[in-house]
Ligand binder design. Structure first.
Ligand code: R5P
Length: 269
């Protein structure tokens, strides 16, 4: 692994805990103006100081994120269909040159194992990895996003392993209660979990705690942070679980303590 790739990965993963809290705000690329992201700048700006990196499309990055931010950027480079169409019909929509121009610390692409366009999306991952290797750019493969997925360990294990075999440097997938540790064991690259639909804060913290306990390298969480009643408090509580080994009770207590307080003003507006 070259210096550039190592440096980018070192910016994404906290040097003390070895883990990462990524803030996912890319939902609009197929869902349009999602609840909590109707005005992306307002949502994103106060959360940037607490995020190890921001997972975002180039459009929101250019228009809604200050170029003065020090938070590393993970750029979504796949897309195509909307929520009204066939979700697996994705292609590569942002070039590696563009990712480099935008000073991305990594790029993310979805694969749709078991869905209509499984083979094309996996082959797209291979193409992105081929190019990314030339420039030292980490690639995150996003698995198990689909309308009808049975998100059990067997399926998640299959999807994550395929992503790693094709060359992804990291994989994002969902947490499953049963045998998540086996999903991690079967995947030779770090796994971060997506948060999924909004659930009560304590349950989301429990999910993050369980995932970390079973070997996840962090979270790439969106709705359970930015749709929280107190997003800045929630991202800090998630950080406490991921980076500081807080128990769920301790993290929920922290959330409750912080939720009444105003978030620290971001250095970038
Ligand atoms: C899904 O395709 C998007 O990539 C999201 O970034 C991902 O699902 C994580 O967001 P959430 O925690 O809201 O599920």
């Amino acid at each position: 692994m070259g210096w550039g790739m190592k440096n980018r990965l070192a910016r994404i993963f906290n040097q003390n805990s070895g883990k990462t809290v990524m803030l996912a705000v890319d939902h609009g690329y197929f869902q349009g103006p999602t609840t909590g992201l109707k005005q992306p700048r307002e949502t994103i700006t106060p959360l940037l100081p607490y995020s190890d990196c921001l997972f975002v499309t180039r459009g929101v990055l250019r228009n809604c994120v200050s170029p003065a931010t020090n938070t590393p950027i993970f750029l979504r480079v796949s897309g195509g269909p909307s929520v009204l169409g066939e979700l697996s019909n994705e292609d590569i929509i942002t070039s590696m040159k563009e990712a480099l121009r935008l000073n991305a610390a990594g790029v993310g692409i979805s694969i749709f194992v078991g869905e209509k366009n499984e083979d094309r999306t996996i082959s797209n991952l291979g193409k992105v990895v081929n190019e990314a290797e030339e420039y030292g750019m980490p690639v995150l493969a996003i698995t198990a996003v689909g309308k009808e997925m049975a998100r059990d360990a067997r399926y998640l294990g299959l999807a994550c392993r395929i992503a790693a075999e094709i060359g992804a440097h990291m994989v994002k997938t969902y947490y499953c209660e049963e045998d998540f540790d086996k999903v991690v064991e079967g995947c030779p690259v770090p796994i971060v979990i997506a948060g999924g639909k909004k659930i009560p804060e304590r349950e989301a913290l429990q999910m993050a705690y369980n995932a970390i306990s079973k070997g996840a390298a962090g979270v790439d969480m969106g709705r359970n942070i930015f749709q929280s009643e107190a997003p800045a408090a929630m991202v800090q509580a998630v950080r406490a679980v991921v980076h500081e080994n807080y128990t769920v009770n301790e993290a929920f207590e922290l959330f409750n303590q912080l939720k009444g307080k105003k978030a620290v003003s971001s250095v970038v507006e």
